[in-house]
Each structure stands twice: as structure tokens, then as C-alpha cells.
Write a protein of this length. Structure first.
Ligand code: URP
Ligand code: ZN
Ligand code: ZN
Length: 491
């Protein structure tokens, strides 16, 4: 591993040659979600101060030559689990190691999921504030809702109005742990709507998964293959359809996390014909060797999901980075139900999406920026502070060399895990430089990060997915109040 952390010794920020608060990135192709041009980018005090050709600067400015390379907004990973207590253990990457790995892979912000403590949102929030104190890059929080009562309802309001959270996740799976039923989901959807917060769902039918697991055990299938067999695509499709319909019934936007099957994507595509406010995240769709939920499907699903991403049925890619080491995975050696669910991805996402989608010609470079950064910033209402190379935006920037190549290995990655689901994968396009809030934190294969330098980014409610919701409501109410025309025969 190329970075070291406290106790092992890491290069302190402020050490030369990375100390300049003024940086000029010269001659690269600057890419935003809808535009690209050859230009220089000038950064001062953590903010992008100018984007135009031929910027002249003095000697005190660090100059990075980006000729022939792409200068793009740093990635924003909408879905991670750092230091999460889950399935009788805790994810191996904390807010320092996970974020350091992210920066080495060109991601400069992530949104993690606060898990309530015994249902208490405020206790959960405080616990995550503590965990995140060692952060070395910017981060935001979603929050899971795992039970329902007046206190939860009141605390959701506090989270949105005072704590900078604008999204809540409802798990329709993990029966007996995080799972919620339809009654709770409906209460949650209504509350989300009233607060302008985005409802997110983990869409698998948890009762049916439980039944599927029982079936596998009865058949004597206890190995990891039992995991996928116990939760087939139809259960993802069912829960996706149900969540979409219930969100439609309440008339509130919905974000479906980790879409893993054609069944789920078809439901989303159908919903798109009728409504336009279903946000989706496509988790890393490449190869998975370990257990996670929903599980890896046969290759046809992966190809179809790539197609969904390139045609706009799916909008963005998150990793669901939820890493465990091989000892933790071995908890389920005799029973697949005990294997902690989750895999890595926070460091690999930017490279894999580039190679799989751009290098293969499935999407453009501007699409790449939209899918890996801008759309996430827009959905979670922090655009254009994040997700753009514009004057006034945070200087979270990557320089990607399309002619260089990357290789993934568990021995050289920056996660603390001793395994990597993408081990051995190589491809074209390499993030050579990462700039986080105006500091060069990754260059020449070296990380330069310090715990405590990352900041919490508050995300305001009523993002763009809420546009038009009130008009739909008032039209619906007027239609109900309109006098009913009766024919002579029935009057
Ligand atoms: N996805 C997974 O396997 N683990 C993380 C928890 C979740 O997002 O469902
Ligand atoms: Zn999930
Ligand atoms: Zn997750």
C-alpha cells in the first residue's frame, strides 16, 4: 500500500511539493457534464478561480501540465459504508483508509449511510460524527430509517433542518435487522415528501429472501452459492416495482440504490414512461467474487445494466463500498447467511467506469463526468459547488490520462482489506493526479493525506427531483374536487 496512516506514518499535508494553495493546470481538456474545451484551470485557496485558455501566473504557483489529458471534476461516490457495524462485525475501511483509497482512485467526495443506534437517529448521527473525525476528504451523510414512531418522525425533521441530511434509506431486505415493512415505508415516504428529502430504497423482498435462504439450507446448500440462489432477480424486481408504486402513490421522488438485475431495471424503465423522478444508482457492474446484496447476477444482467446507463434509464454509478477482509468473510464458511454482505469499489470506480463505458465507446467523456460526479451533486443538491469545473466550485479535480493504464491488485490497493473483488483487472485510462479542495493529494502514485482535513458537506432539501411535485398534487386535488358529471341514466 502506498499511503500510511497515523501510527504507521503518512506524509503530512503542507510538506513540499504539495503545499502551494495556488495551482495552475495547463493545457488539458476540461470536461463538464455538458461541455468540454481545451483550457487552463487556476485554483486558489481551495476554489476554482479561473477556467480559460492561456492563464499566466507567477513563480509561487504550482503548475501541472495536463496536455493530452482530461481535467474533470473529482468523482462523487453516492453510496459507501465506512466503519459500519453490520452482520456481527464492522467494515474494514474507516473514514481515513476508505477516503485515502477513494482519493487514490480519483474520488473526492462520498456520501455514507448513518445507521441509527437502536432506532435513534440522533445517536446514530453523533456516532458517525465521531467516526468521521479522521476524514481526509469531503463527505456527506444519508441516513437509514429502521423503525417508526413519533420520535423518529421528529428526528427526521431535525436531521433535515439542522444536520444537513437530505436523504433517507429504507431497507426492504435484511429481515430481522434493518428491514422495514410497507406500513413503515409509507410513513417514511410521506415524511420524506414533507421535508423535501429523497427516499432511497434497498429493493429486495426481505420476507421472500428469508424464505429462499430457508429453502437453500433445507437443500443442504450452505456455501456462498446459496447467497445468490436464495435471492433471485425476481425478488429485486418485485421490491423495485413495489417501492416505485408506493412512491408514486405518495407522489414523492425515489432513488433506487444498487440496481443489479434486468428485472429491477425493467421496472425503472416502465416507471420512467410515466414519471420522471425516479433516481437510480447502478452499483459497480463488473465482476464480483464475494457476497453482497443484491447479489451478482449472470453476465447478461451486467451488460443490460451498462446499456441502461448509456441510454439514461440509469443515472449514476455508486460503489456500495462495504469492504471486509477474508477473515470476516470466513464467518460464513459453513453458512452463507453469516457472510458479511459487501465488497470494495471506492478506489476502483472511476477507472472501471472509464474503461468499461468510455474506452469501449458506450458513453462520451461528458457522460462520464455526469455519471461519476455531476448527477450525484445535482440529485443531492450540492451542485455546482461539487460536480463541476466552474469558477467558484470547490477545487476537487482529477487529471486522467487516457493513454495510460491501470491495474488492480489487493497488494497495491489502499483499502485495508486483504482482498479485492477486482483483483487482476487491468484497463485503459489512469487518474494521475487528484486535487482535493485545492491540494494535490495524489500524484506520481503517492498519497499525501492527513486525517482531520476532510469536511462535512451539508446537503439542503428540495433538490431538483422535487420540481413539479406540488403541481402534480394540486392537479390531483382539483380533479377530486371537480363536480362529478353524471349521465341521465345514473342520476
Ligand atoms: N450491499 C451490501 O451487500 N452491503 C451493504 C449494505 C447495503 O447497502 O445493503
Ligand atoms: Zn442496500
Ligand atoms: Zn449499501
Amino acid at each position: 500500500s502506498q499511503f500510511c496512516e497515523a501510527g504507521i506514518g503518512y506524509r503530512q499535508c503542507g510538506a513540499s511539493p504539495y503545499s502551494s494553495s495556488k495551482i495552475l493546470i495547463k493545457g488539458g481538456t476540461v470536461v463538464n457534464a455538458h461541455h468540454q474545451e481545451i483550457a487552463d484551470v487556476y485554483v486558489e485557496d481551495g476554489i476554482i478561480a479561473a477556467v480559460k485558455p492561456n492563464i499566466k501566473v507567477g513563480d509561487e504557483v504550482t503548475v501541472l501540465d495536463a496536455t493530452g489529458k482530461f481535467v474533470m471534476p473529482g468523482g462523487i461516490d453516492p453510496h459507501t459504508h465506512l466503519a459500519m457495524e453490520f452482520m456481527a462485525t464492522e467494515t474494514i475501511d474507516d473514514f481515513f483508509s476508505g477516503q485515502a483509497a477513494a482519493l487514490a482512485g480519483g474520488t473526492t467526495m462520498h456520501i455514507d449511510f448513518v445507521i441509527p443506534v437502536q432506532g435513534s437517529l440522533s445517536s446514530g448521527f453523533e456516532a458517525y460524527v465521531e467516526k468521521a473525525k479522521k476524514s481526509c476528504m469531503d463527505y456527506g451523510f444519508h441516513m437509514a430509517i429502521t423503525k417508526w414512531d413519533e420520535t423518529v418522525s421528529r428526528e427526521m425533521e431535525i436531521m433535515v433542518k439542522e444536520k444537513g441530511i437530505n436523504s433517507f434509506k429504507f431497507f426492504l431486505a435484511y429481515k430481522g435487522a434493518l428491514m422495514v415493512n410497507d406500513e413503515l415505508l409509507l410513513e417514511g415516504l410521506k415524511k420524506c415528501k414533507s421535508l423535501g428529502a429523497l427516499a432511497m430504497v434497498h429493493a429486495e423482498n426481505g420476507d421472500a429472501v428469508f424464505e429462499g435462504q430457508k429453502r437453500m439450507i433445507e437443500l443442504g446448500i450452505t456455501g456462498p452459492e446459496g447467497h445468490a440462489l436464495s435471492r433471485p432477480p425476481v425478488l429485486e424486481g418485485e421490491a423495485t416495482a413495489r417501492a416505485i408504486r408506493l412512491a408514486g402513490f405518495v407522489n414523492t421522488p425515489l432513488y433506487i440504490v444498487h440496481v443489479m438485475s434486468i428485472d429491477a431495471m425493467d421496472e425503472i424503465a416502465n416507471a420512467r414512461k410515466a414519471v420522471s423522478n425516479v433516481g437510480e444508482e447502478l452499483r459497480s457492474f463488473l465482476c464480483f467474487r464475494f457476497v453482497m446484496s443484491p447479489p451478482i447476477r449472470t453476465s447478461g444482467h451486467g451488460k443490460a445494466l451498462q446499456g441502461g446507463l448509456s441510454t439514461g434509464i440509469l443515472q449514476l454509478v455508486g460503489t456500495d463500498h462495504c469492504a471486509f477482509n477474508s477473515t470476516q468473510k470466513a464467518f460464513g464458511i459453513d453458512d452463507f447467511r453469516k457472510i458479511p454482505n459487501g465488497v470494495n469499489g471506492i478506489e476502483e470506480r472511476m477507472h472501471l467506469v472509464w474503461d468499461t463505458m468510455v474506452e469501449s465507446g458506450q458513453i462520451s467523456v461528458t457522460d462520464y463526468v455526469r455519471i461519476t460526479s455531476t448527477e450525484c451533486a445535482r440529485i443531492f443538491n450540492i451542485y455546482p459547488r461539487k460536480g463541476a469545473i466552474l469558477v467558484g466550485s470547490d477545487a476537487d479535480i482529477i487529471i486522467l490520462n487516457p493513454n495510460s493504464s491501470f491495474g488492480i491488485s489487493a497488494t497495491s490497493h489502499h483499502s485495508r482489506s486483504d482482498t479485492n473483488v477486482f483483483d487482476g483487472r487491468t484497463g485503459k485510462g489512469k487518474v494521475e493526479v487528484t486535487i482535493s479542495k485545492g491540494r494535490v493529494v495524489w500524484e506520481n502514485g503517492q498519497l499525501n493525506v492527513a486525517p482531520g482535513s476532510g469536511k462535512y458537506i451539508e446537503m439542503p432539501p428540495f433538490g431538483y427531483l422535487f420540481d413539479g411535485i406540488d403541481k402534480v398534487d394540486s392537479n390531483y386535488l382539483s380533479s377530486l374536487r371537480a363536480p362529478v358529471k353524471r349521465s341521465k341514466a345514473t342520476s
